[in-house]
Design a protein. Structure first.
Length: 263
């Protein structure tokens, strides 16, 4: 996948938005013909820049896994982004809110692979056998696009609106979970704000990992053993800011995961 000068300029603008915490106008306003392939080229140009800085890819996230979001953006499939090693935070540790621009938090499973997955042609059974364990997680999404005014190409180019990840500390084997019916309660500052279950994620979050493995496989990329995969949110996202505490209480032994946003 090659990146044009125009798309490289867009990647540089997004990289600058990370550095300055100043948003940019929707890319699709300035590049009206920006398609999915071009948007992934912009995303990958940023990933390459981060690697040059010494950062490493630790996993991937899948976005747009709910039917409501797909309808809203007029798409019929998910998208993906890269999770870099410095995006991860320990459960309950303070997180500097100023690191982000306009963060929102979503409760998700996090799958840790024990075996590599190389698509295309990966099946659900192969994917399940490759997952070593599952933990609860909170994904912090953020947008370098002003006011979250995003179309599909905007969010793909902006690394699928990735921000950060808080991982839980209670690993559970996937065979011990019904991923579709395992539920979660999401709370903000002690008040319940949303509830959901794994079935909200493409019918089963396992389907998101299958899609990711096969999509990346067609691009010549393997999901390596040890990778952390976020398959998509189980509820709507909740906005977060300085002083907020967001907690997700998962069923079936996964425990509670908390993000504390420091002033």
């Amino acid at each position: 996948m090659t990146t044009s000068t125009r798309d490289n300029d867009a990647a540089q603008a997004l990289l600058e938005a990370y550095r300055t915490r100043q948003t940019v106008a929707p890319l699709t306003e300035n590049i009206p013909d920006l398609d999915v392939e071009g948007a992934y080229g912009i995303q990958l140009a940023q990933v390459q820049a981060w690697k040059v800085e010494g950062r490493a890819v630790k996993g991937h996230k899948v976005g747009l896994t709910s039917r409501a979001m797909q309808v809203q953006l007029g798409v019929d499939q998910p998208d993906f982004g890269h999770l870099m090693d410095d995006m991860f935070f320990a459960d309950t540790d303070p997180i500097k809110a100023g690191r982000f621009i306009s963060p929102k938090v979503e409760p998700e499973f996090a799958f840790v692979l024990g075996k590599s997955l190389t698509g295309p042609g990966v099946t659900a059974a192969e994917t399940l056998s490759a997952i070593d364990y599952v933990v609860g997680a909170l994904e912090i999404i953020d947008s370098r696009i002003t006011d979250w005014k995003i179309k599909l190409a905007d969010t793909i180019a902006d690394n699928a609106s990735s921000g950060g990840v808080v991982l839980g500390s209670r690993p559970v084997k996937p065979a011990d979970l019904d991923l579709r019916t395992t539920g979660v309660n999401l709370s903000k500052n002690g008040e319940l704000v949303a509830s959901g279950a794994g079935g909200a994620v493409l019918g089963s979050p396992l389907n998101a990992v299958v899609w990711l493995a096969n999509t990346l496989g067609s691009l010549g990329v393997t999901l390596e053993a040890g990778s952390i995969i976020l398959p998509g949110s189980m509820t709507a996202a909740v906005a977060a800011g300085p002083g907020d505490t967001i907690s997700a209480s998962f069923a079936r032994g996964l425990g509670t995961v908390t993000a504390n946003f420091a002033n």
